[in-house]
Write a protein that binds this ligand. Structure first.
Ligand code: PXL
Length: 279
C-alpha cells in the first residue's frame, strides 16, 4: 500500500513541546510520512521569557520551488503557528501550488488562547488568517481564535449550544467546509470539541474528561493527532474523537507536573498506545 504523506508547516520551538516537535512524532507514529516546512527557529516557544527567534520566511519559497520542480505531492497539508503576515501569505501560495484533487488542507489558525492573542501577534493577524482559512478543507480553531476570526466577542464559558452552532456556522462562511471548535465545554466535568460538516449540515459533539490544569502545546497535540488520524483514513468526527481522547491521555500523564506547564505534555508516554490502537 502506498504510504500516506503529510507536510507540516510550523516552527521549531527547541524547547516547550509544541509545533514541529509535536507534529513530527505524532504524525509519524501512525505510519504517515511527515515532511516539514519549518517557518522559524526559536530557542523556546513564545511563552518563555527571553526566547530567541530566527525567521525562516526567506526559505519557504525556495523550498516550495524545489518541491514543485520535483512534482512533490501531499495527501495532507497541515499548518499551525505562523509568525508573520508574510508567512501566512506564503502558506496561501504554497496551498495554491500543492493542493491536488486528493489533498486535504488542515489549518489550525493559531492566534491565541483565553481570549487573548499570543505575544507577537497584532489585530491584523486574524484578518490575514481568515484568508488562509478560505483555502482550507478543515479548520480547527479554539474559542479564542473563533472569536477573532468571526469578529464576535470572546465568551470563555457559560455559553449555550446555540452559541456554539452559530460560531461553527459563521466559521464555515470563511470557506472551509469542515469546522472543529476545540476547548468546548458545557459543564465542569467535560471538555471537548464541536464539529460541523457544512456539506451534510451535521453537528457532532465529543466530550472527554475535563482536567483542571493548563499545559502549553495541547492545541498542537490535538491538531497533530487529528491531522494524523484523518490522513490515516478515519472519518472526520471519528478523527476528532481520536484526537480528543489522545490529548486527554497526554494531559493526564502530565498532571502531576503542573508547575512545569510551559514544557508541554508528556505525549511521548502515550504514543505507543496511540500507535497500537490507530496505526
Ligand atoms: O502552541 C502554539 C505555538 C506554537 N509555536 C510557537 C508558539 C506557540 C504558542 O504560543 O509561541 C512559537
Amino acid at each position: 500500500m502506498k504510504q500516506k504523506r503529510a507536510v507540516a508547516i510550523n516552527d521549531i520551538s527547541c524547547i516547550g513541546k509544541c509545533s514541529l516537535t509535536v507534529a513530527l512524532p505524532i504524525i509519524s507514529s501512525l505510519g504517515i510520512e511527515c515532511a516539514v516546512l519549518p517557518t522559524a527557529l526559536l530557542s523556546a516557544h513564545t511563552a518563555f521569557e527571553g526566547f530567541t527567534f530566527c525567521d525562516l520566511t526567506h526559505q519557504i519559497q525556495p523550498i516550495a520551488d524545489h518541491w514543485s520542480k520535483r512534482g512533490e505531492r501531499f495527501d495532507t497539508i497541515y499548518s499551525g503557528y505562523l509568525g508573520s503576515i508574510e508567512q501566512i501569505e506564503l502558506v496561501e501560495d504554497f496551498i495554491d501550488r500543492f493542493k491536488g484533487d486528493d489533498t486535504t488542507v488542515v489549518i489550525d489558525p493559531v492566534l491565541g488562547d483565553h481570549g487573548r492573542l499570543y505575544t507577537n501577534f497584532n489585530e491584523i493577524f486574524p484578518k490575514e488568517m481568515r484568508k488562509l482559512c478560505a483555502r482550507a478543507d478543515i479548520i480547527t480553531p479554539n474559542l479564542t481564535e473563533a472569536a477573532f476570526l468571526t469578529g464576535r466577542e470572546y465568551v470563555g464559558e457559560g455559553y449555550s449550544e446555540e452559541y456554539i452552532k452559530e460560531l461553527l456556522c459563521e466559521l464555515s462562511k470563511l470557506g472551509a467546509k469542515k469546522i472543529i471548535l476545540t476547548g468546548v465545554t458545557f459543564d465542569e466535568k467535560r471538555l471537548g470539541v464541536a464539529c460541523y460538516d457544512s456539506l451534510t449540515g451535521e453537528y457532532t459533539y465529543y466530550q472527554g474528561e475535563r482536567i483542571e490544569s493548563m499545559f502549553h502545546g495541547t492545541g498542537d497535540v490535538w491538531a497533530s493527532s487529528f491531522a494524523a488520524a484523518y490522513t490515516k483514513g478515519y472519518e472526520f468526527a471519528k478523527a476528532a474523537q481520536i484526537a480528543t481522547d489522545f490529548t486527554v491521555k497526554c494531559i493526564k500523564a502530565t498532571v502531576d507536573d503542573k508547575d512545569e506547564h510551559w514544557y508541554g505534555v508528556k505525549f511521548e508516554c502515550c504514543l505507543p498506545e496511540f500507535c497500537k490502537e490507530y496505526a
